[in-house]
Design a protein around this ligand. Sequence first.
Ligand code: NAP
Length: 283
Amino acid sequence: MITEKKAFGVVGHPIEHSLSPIMHNAAFRRLGLDYRYEAYDVKPEGLEEFLKLRHTPPFGGLNVTIPHKVAVIKYMSHLDKLAELVGAVNTIKFESRRMIGYNTDCFGFIRALEETGETIKKRRILVLGAGGAARAIVYGCLLNSAEVVLANRTLDKAIQLAKEIKEKIGKMVLVVKYSNESLKDAIKETDILINATPVGMYPRSYESPIEKNILRPNIVVMDAVYNPVETKLLREAKNAGCKTIDGVGMLVHQGAESLRIWLGIEAPTDVMRKAVIDKLAAD
Ligand code: NAP
């Protein structure tokens, strides 16, 4: 049983809209742990100093968000294999004088998908985007034996990512143009479509990353965007007869995996999900 008071947090800039404090503090309360989780607004030029200060016990663990997920890598004593592959750290574990970097977005995505009864193995997954979330999702898919098709607004970035993946893990990613025509063709062969772009995120919730007329029933549509919980993409997909999965699951499970890494505990994911949904509904 852990008894001393420990501090946890998330560092980013800006950070005031982060849902992580609400989600993690709800978990600590449910588990009866006298810990606190806070948001730290730190500009890029203050990151190194901030990390040095956090390194002093009793800091328990740190999440990292935009824009620091790549920049923190150079301060890590060791990188977990997944964080190294994805090229981004969203969770830091402090161990005496060492900082170990992890990426739990990958796990969060897989768990969120699987808890709805879906499997990844041998499915054909169309990922929209080639940024941080897309990288975690694509590696998650490939390491779990799925086929990945990638479409990104900036085509060259998708091509570069596919090339990098081939070099790092020897797996092929098919890249298609981010156009209505190409996506319409790609969707014919798709089992699961995932939006890993910010399109549809509050306050531009009236946008969708794809035209609704290219959606087919019987595919699964998942959105990494969690604000709003039901994005325009998910609403249109539901109307088209698709199974839909919102982005809250990925958020909750990446947080739960951070807690497992820091404390070795099973997080109360139902409580964490409720805390996030209640907060989004109240805003
Ligand atoms: P990012 O690194 O900035 O990447 C954004 C990607 O979206 C880029 O590939 C970009 O394409 C593309 N994009 C941006 N605006 C676009 C537009 N108007 N039309 C088409 N494509 C566009 O961002 P990220 O960290 O990957 O985050 C993406 C989304 O995922 C955000 O909404 C974030 O909140 C969400 N997310 C959710 C979770 C979760 O736990 N649910 C975790 C991580 C992220 P270009 O290359 O052309 O710029």
